[in-house]
Write a protein that binds this ligand. Structure first.
Ligand code: NAP
Ligand code: GDD
Length: 384
């Protein structure tokens, strides 16, 4: 059996980590592209990388940036991949308002550079291409739920850059017969979600509040609704798209939308803390309305004596509002369910529980490592 070779850009990100694990399990040889950084940025994938120098590893990485055309072309030529998964992007919507030009360069032109590499190197009959397109492209659409035929109306520099990447992928498919597909993925999260996206920000802050290391969580728009799935389910859809005879575009979503406020209520509930909200607009705040001591203690290992009923734990900080917001996203993934046989396995509640437990355990480790000075992770694991 021939071993397939995959190239993943953005392998150090949330989806890169889950996809890498998925492809290695399938017997692929994988090359990941990572950026040079002054600190280690491979925390999500270190467990998948062989530490033995002389071992023939199924996973290797190379340094590259999506803004570096010559290096991208050289690497695609060297690797001669059967499949390219283009996951690299400046992926934070709020930050894209501060860095619009860089976002366009990496997210829009970066995609073009990879497609050009396939074309220039004559790899169109060998290399299949997956583009990480986004529900953010729907933006201000009034049609709900959104499917592959819903018109786009992006509301951020990130959304606009992703729209270019979407259309250039379609164009290279039609113009040059490249097997190029767009996965239009709705929000997907996990315990390794970036800490500044709202779901992870909530579960991390909850861990801090529960362990008496933080008092208040500052959020922006609590009324925004998102269709949240689990990254582990969504990377499977990426792979399925590249196994089809014909390239195409697919919406990947759960079909259920939830407000940010509701997500926070569900997360705190996992730790036995009931949340309620009072006040309006920027004066709205979330406060503790009840505590189930048994649930709290069994999850955290400590008593909740530092928390009081009536205590405010969530406040609004307008800094987190966006110049233009998307109020509601909810996807219709009927096409993917029928043609790819894909459906999500995780429920929102299961995912939130996994994230909360993971963040409480992580924060305990971080805290005791800091406190303990030379404590090793092994010793901390022994404590908990
Ligand atoms: P993520 O965690 O932010 O990971 C992004 C990855 O891209 C990281 O590996 C990052 O490297 C890398 N990267 C950023 N800029 C780069 C550049 N200029 N050159 C090379 N690498 C660069 O994002 P994710 O959640 O895994 O999402 C994966 C992809 O799907 C992204 O394209 C995102 O826009 C898209 N998407 C995500 C969602 C979602 O809900 N998660 C939904 C729809 C679409 P560092 O680790 O060094 O920062
Ligand atoms: N990040 C963040 N921080 N968002 C907040 C906060 C906060 O403190 N408070 C409220 N929100 C709201 C945002 O205004 C937005 O409406 C919603 O929570 C979700 O924000 P994010 O988690 O940052 O995700 P996103 O929807 O903007 O973008 C993510 O999903 C896209 C797919 O629709 C990213 O992963 C994008 O890369 C992805 O394409």
């Amino acid at each position: 059996m021939t071993v397939k070779t995959a190239l993943i850009t953005g392998v150090t990100g949330q989806d890169g980590a889950y996809l890498l694990e998925f492809l290695l399990d399938k017997g692929y040889r994988v090359f990941g592209l990572k950026r040079r950084s002054s600190l280690f940025n491979t925390g999500r994938i270190d467990h998948l990388f062989s530490m033995e120098r002389d071992e023939e590893s199924a996973f290797n990485y190379a340094y590259c940036d999506m803004t570096d055309t010559s290096n991208l072309i050289r690497l695609v030529n060297d690797i001669q991949p059967d499949e390219i998964y283009n996951l690299a992007a400046m992926s934070h919507v709020r930050v894209s308002f501060d860095m619009p030009e860089y976002t366009a360069n990496s997210d829009a032109l970066g995609t073009l550079r990879l497609l050009e590499a396939i074309r220039i190197l004559g790899l169109k009959d060998k290399t299949r291409f997956y583009q990480a397109s986004s529900s953010e492209m729907y933006g201000n659409t009034i049609i709900s739920p959104q499917n592959e035929r819903t018109p786009f109306y992006p509301r951020s520099p990130y959304g606009v850059a992703k729209l270019y990447a979407y259309w250039i992928t379609v164009n290279y498919r039609e113009a040059y017969s490249i097997h190029a597909s767009n996965g239009i993925l709705f929000n997907h999260e996990s315990p390794v979600r970036g800490e500044t996206f709202v779901t992870r920000k909530i579960t991390r802050a909850l861990a801090g509040i529960a362990l008496n290391l933080q008092h208040t969580l500052y959020l922006g728009n609590l009324d925004a609704s998102r269709d949240w799935g689990h990254a582990r389910d969504y990377v499977k859809a990426m792979w399925l798209m590249l196994q089809q005879d014909q390239p195409d575009d697919y919406v990947i979503a759960t079909g259920i939308t939830t407000k940010v406020r509701e997500f926070a209520i569900k997360a705190f509930k996992v730790a036995g803390i009931s949340l309620d909200f009072r006040g309006k607009g920027i004066n709205e705040e979330g406060y503790i309305s009840a505590i189930d001591k048994d649930i709290f203690s069994s999850l955290t290992g400590i008593s909740p004596d530092h928390l009081k009923v009536g205590q405010t734990v969530i406040k609004i900080d307008p800094f987190y509002f966006r110049p233009t917001e998307i109020d509601l996203l909810v996807g219709d993934s009927t096409k993917a369910r029928e043609k790819l046989g894909w459906k999500p396995e995780y429920s929102l509640d299961e995912m939130i529980k996994e994230m909360v437990i993971s963040d409480i355990n992580l924060m305990k480790k971080e805290y005791y490592l800091n406190k303990g000075g030379f404590n090793t992770i092994r010793q901390v694991e022994d404590i908990f």
